[in-house]
Design a protein around this ligand. Structure first.
Ligand code: F6R
Ligand code: ZN
Length: 188
């Protein structure tokens, strides 16, 4: 038997880095122009094209017996009145779940079933959030520091971005006055 060898990874929270870095995904505004509602604001902010979030993926085989795990960093900021967020996805294998452990910052975890049931959980340091099978998920940074969380999911789960990329999610998280509010997405 050719056993996969155990190993450690280290989260350097202050430097906001995983060590070893693994596979890094960097998403800039230009990678997700359709995600935000305020198209004028998107156009304006695109001139600078900021990084919205980064993911450090530990290198793990995409097989069912393994567990993918990664660190996501969603930077603070807004496009119009909508907070920076991840693209959001269903897993390709829909019945695979995921756990997020929030390490730093303040956010909202927006989840949605294929028949449009919505749940929103708070993400704060120490929260362990369970994303059950079938729920699409997106994270939103509602604070003024980076939102950093650790995620674990089945090795072969895969990602399906298509439907959310086209239609968005049923709710949006925006700032109104100095309050964070959850609103129905009128464009949905
Ligand atoms: C993996 C997972 C997270 C996200 C990451 C970026 O299944 O849920 O690691 O992949 O937070 O978000 P997306 O993938 O929506 O761009
Ligand atoms: Zn996921």
């Amino acid at each position: 038997m050719n056993y996969f060898k155990p190993f450690n990874s280290y989260i350097e929270l202050e430097k906001m880095k995983l060590n070893p870095e693994g596979d890094i995904i960097i998403r800039k505004l230009s990678d997700m122009v359709n995600v935000f509602q305020d198209k004028e604001a998107v156009k304006e902010v695109l001139k600078e094209n900021p990084i919205i979030y980064k993911v450090y993926n530990v290198q793990i085989p995409e097989e069912s017996g393994h567990l993918q795990h990664c660190i996501s960093i969603v930077y603070p900021g807004k496009i119009g009145n909508e907070y920076y967020m991840t693209k959001g996805h269903f897993h390709k294998i829909k019945e695979t779940s995921e756990i997020y452990l929030t390490l730093k910052g303040k956010g909202k975890l927006v989840m949605q079933t294929p028949d449009q049931k919505v749940r929103v959980l708070d993400m704060e340091e120490g929260n362990i959030s369970y994303i059950p099978p079938y729920w699409a998920h997106r994270t939103v940074n509602i604070g003024d520091e980076p939102l950093i969380f650790f995620g674990v999911y089945r090795g072969d789960a895969g990602h399906n971005y298509g439907i959310i990329e086209e239609k968005g999610m049923a709710v949006i998280i925006i700032e109104e006055g100095d309050k964070t509010v959850i609103k129905n997405n009128l464009a949905y």
